[in-house]
Write a protein of this length. Sequence first.
Lengths: 395, 123
Amino acid sequence: MSKTVALVGTDAIAEAMRQINPDVVPAYPITPQTAIVEAFAQMVADGRVDSEMINAESEHSAMSAAIGAAAAGARVMTATSAQGLALMWEMLYIASGMRLPIVMPNVNRALSAPINIHCDHSDSMGARDSGWIQLFSENAQEAYDNVLQAVRIAEDASVLLPVMVLLDGFIISHTVDRLDLLDDRVAKEFVGTFVSRDPLLDAASPPSWGTFDGLGGYYFEFKRAQAQAMMNAAAVVSEVGRQYAEISGRHYDFFETHRMEDAELAIVAAGSAAGTIRSMIDEFRAEGIRIGMVKLRMFRPFPERELVDALSRVRAVAVFDRSDTFAGEMGGPLFVELRAAFYEKEKRPQLLNFIYGLGGRDLPQALVREAVSLFKAAAGSNERQKRIIYLGLRD
Amino acid sequence: MRKQWDFSKIREWSWREHPVGPVIPVPATAEGYETGGWRSLRPVLDLEKCVHCFTCFIYCPDSAIVVAAGKMTGFNLRHCKGCGICARECPKDAINMVNEAEARGLEKCLLPEEGAVGGEKSA
C-alpha cells in the first residue's frame, strides 16, 4: 500500500534513496541540497539502509568517489546544487564517458556571482552537454517519482548513462508538499538489483577502467556510442514511465500537455513554474484566450520531434527559461533548443522567450498574467517582435 | 560470466563493436605499454656503490627497478620514463642520469663549458 505523507522535497528524495538503498553514497553538503544528504546520513546512522556513506572533502571528490564505486560494481547515488555541480564539472563527463549509471538529484540553484543560494536553472543547464540524462520535477511527488525511475533508466542495458533529477531549490526542496510514497516492497521490486557489466572488483578476472585512449585509439568510436546511448534513452524513459504508472497510477513521459487540444497559444516551461502556470490556464480560457501549456520533464535527451508535434498547431509559443545562455541575443537554453527543433518545419509558430526567476526571483500569478498579456499582444501583431523578454526584471 | 573478447580485428571495428564505455576486459594492461620512449635521461647503476637497500625500488613510480635473487640489477628501460627520482633518492649516489640520445649513440651532447649552443657562458 502506498501512503500519503507531507514532506519537504529534500525528505521526499531521501525517502526514495532509502527505498533504493544504494551501495555507496559519496556526498558533500551544499545549500539547498544539504538536507538530502543530512536526512540520508541519519538513515545510515540509524541502520535503516545498508549504504556506505562517504563524506568527501569536495564535490569534485564526491563525484570521483561515485565514479570509482560505480566502476567497482556498486549502485551509486549522490546529490548536489549549483557551485557543487560546477565543481563536479570535470568528473560529470567522466561519469557519462565511462557509461556509469550514477543517479544524482540536483537541487537547482543559481550559480554565483553575485552569490545567491536561491532557485534558477543555470547550474544544470550548464551541464546540459555533459552526457547526463536530465529530468525536471514540478513538485516533491515528481522529484520522488523521478528518482525511482532514474535508477531504472540509468541502468538499462541500452542506456548506461548517469541521470540528474532536477528539482527547484527551496520552492520544492524546502517547502512541505503532499505526496504518495510507494510501499517499500513495491519500490524495491521496481528498482530491482544492479548487476555491473564489468565490475572492477571481479577478483577472478578484473577489467581495466579509465585507461588512456590516444591519437591512434578509439575515442571517437566511444563518443559515437555514447551519443547513441542518449538517443536510446528516450524510448527507455517512456517505457520506464509506463511501467511506473502501473505501480503508482502516475504516468510520466517526455512532457505533459495541459489543454493543448484546441490551443492557439502555448507556454512551455519546466520545474515548479509549471504549477503556477497550470493554475491559471482555466482563468485565461474563461477570458477567451485559447491557451495551453507544455510542461517539459525530459531535457536530456531533448524530445525534439515530439515537442515540435505537440506545438505545431499553435500560432505562438512562449518559452519560459529560468536561466540565460549569455550567447548574445539567442535567449535561454530551452528557447535556443526549441527554435532549432523547428528549423526543418515549413510552418512554424512564432516563438517568444520569457527569461524569469533568476536568482530565485518569484514567479507569482500576477507575473504570469503580465507575461500572457505581452504574449497575446505579440502573437496578434504582424510587426517584428522583441524576441527575448526579461520577465519580472526591474527595468 | 563476462563476455570473452577477441581483439585481433579491433582496427576494423565500427563504433558499435567496442566494449561499452572504455573498458578493457583484462587487467594490468599498462605493462604492455611502452612509456620508456619519453625518456630524455637514462639511469645508470654503479654496482660498486650499490648496497641493494631498494630505496630506488620503493620510490620508482613506474616499477622499472629490476630485482633478481634479492639484488638490484638495473632498470627496465621499456617503462623507465627517466624521471630521476631513483638517482635523487639513492643514499649511496649509485645511480647517475646520463643523456639518453648520447647513451644510444645518436648524438654527442656538449656541456655548456664545452661550448654547447644556448648554454650559459661565463663572462
